[in-house]
Design a protein around this ligand. Structure first.
Ligand SMILES: Cc1cc2nc3c(=O)[nH]c(=O)nc-3n(C[C@H](O)[C@H](O)[C@H](O)COP(=O)(O)OP(=O)(O)OC[C@H]3O[C@@H](n4cnc5c(N)ncnc54)[C@H](O)[C@@H]3O)c2cc1C
Length: 392
């Protein structure tokens, strides 16, 4: 069956009023321009530093487009509206750049509070956390490199493992599967080790812990292979959030600077091929694993749907999920959910000031050079025209 349902803008934007759609149109129009995003980034940061009253403006525009609220409880209205349309919500407490032990403890507390708000609620089958929110980046790096740790670092690493276990155990108690976000390749070995140990410990009878695999890395297909083999041998269910990867510039720069081979695929086309190969591999092993495809790439999503159809795997198979970020690619999420697929939106929330780095990244990702704002604009215009023609 031909997959052509992504063009249905009536379904895609049914949660948005015409006013909200017009706002989204102008937002995507503005962030198309790289220089405006650059200028906005500097101006907003300066205004926030000077404590100028710009939070209201940010909230009414970019914040409302990409975030659900300033707190997990305050996000529940958005969550319920999505839930009514069979779209699950993954609330992501968005703080970045923590460096102190007190900061990591605070972050653990906030993440646990976020998970608790989502407890035993079918709208929240998944929760998420970012490993460097609970431990120092440099510590993850040293552990990844197999470097000898000082006494202090050893106890700091024990604290990271304790925080990690606390998140896993609470998530399971509250019936939430837990995503472990993937980060830079030079700290990922330590994260992978934690994730694999947790899957072995907690995923024996059912899926609770879900690791993330970035397919822009050329070694990750082999990694998926070994992970599934391990799962089969040691008797645990392998949960994978499959993504392309978010740190492309950092990865390339570091490998050039430190003169080691770039860990990423040589081109976007090679990444796309690797990603689709990863999807096909997991679908071939669906009795041992769950695939959560975190992507806005329409072609990859279509390829997966066609694969499921060819293999006669039902659209709502419990081991196959699709995920997009809140505020982006609603034409994919809403039409997928309407067609019966399992869909979740990643929804960041937090005080305006604290989610600014996240919002800036979303804006940068959507510039005309890097991103897909032209596709968003095309679909929003189409829907606005459709609504207008109905009024007349
Ligand atoms: C629900 C969800 C969860 C996510 N979780 C994580 C996470 O835990 N960790 C993480 O790192 N990212 C995560 N991401 C972000 C993700 O990795 C991508 O950066 C983002 O989704 C864009 O990729 P895409 O598949 O949507 O599609 P596209 O827009 O088609 O692909 C863009 C991606 O292709 C790759 N790429 C672009 N140019 C090149 C090139 N020249 N050479 C090689 N590769 C190239 C890069 O990975 C780039 O991000 C998540 C995304 C979603 C939707």
């Amino acid at each position: 069956m031909k997959v052509d349902f992504f063009e249905n803008t009536q379904i895609a934007f049914r949660l948005k009023s015409t006013l909200e759609l017009k706002k989204a149109y102008w937002l995507f129009k503005l962030i198309q321009y790289r220089f405006l995003v650059g200028l906005g980034k500097v101006a907003i940061q300066a205004a926030l530093n000077l404590r100028l009253p710009v939070e209201g403006l940010i909230k009414a525009t970019v914040f409302n487009q990409f975030c659900s609220g300033t707190s997990a409880m305050g996000s529940q209205k958005v969550v319920a509206r999505l839930g009514n349309l069979n779209i699950a919500s993954v609330l992501a407490y968005s703080v970045e750049g923590l460096t102190s032990e007190a900061g990591f403890d605070e972050s653990l507390k906030k993440t646990l509070e976020t998970l608790e708000v989502q407890a035993n609620n079918p709208n929240h089958p998944y929760g998420v956390f970012k490993p460097t929110a609970i431990g120092a980046f440099l510590l993850f790096q040293k552990v990844s490199e197999g470097a000898k740790l000082t006494v202090q670092e050893t106890s700091a690493w024990h604290r990271v493992r304790d925080r990690f276990s606390s998140l896993c155990e609470h998530a399971i108690e509250w019936k939430i599967r837990l995503f472990i976000d993937a980060e830079e390749s030079w700290i990922q070995p330590a994260i992978d080790k934690l994730a694999e140990t947790a899957m072995l410990q907690y995923n024996k009878n059912e899926l609770w812990i879900v690791t993330t695999v970035q397919m822009y890395r050329h070694d990750r297909l082999a990694y998926l292979n070994s992970l599934v083999k391990k799962g089969k041998k040691e008797g645990f269910h392998v949960g994978v959030k499959l993504v392309r990867g978010a740190y492309i510039e950092k990865e390339t720069l570091r490998s050039q600077k430190m003169k080691y081979p770039n860990p990423l695929c040589i081109s976007k086309t090679a990444t796309d091929k690797n990603f689709d190969a990863g999807v096909a591999f997991l679908i071939d092993h669906l009795e041992h694993c769950t695939l959560f495809m975190g992507s806005h790439n329409e072609k990859s999503i279509t390829t997966l749907i066609e694969l499921l159809q060819r293999k006669k795997i039902s659209s709502n198979h419990p081991n196959v999920w699709f995920g997009q970020l809140y505020g982006m690619s609603d034409h994919l999420s809403f039409n997928l959910a309407e067609a019966g697929y399992n869909v979740a939106k990643y929804i960041p929330f937090g005080p305006v000031r604290e989610v600014m780095p996240y919002l800036i990244r979303r804006a940068e990702e959507n510039t005309s050079v890097a991103g897909q704002s032209s596709r968003e604009l095309e679909l929003i215009s189409k829907e606005l025209k459709r609504r207008q023609s109905k009024v007349v």
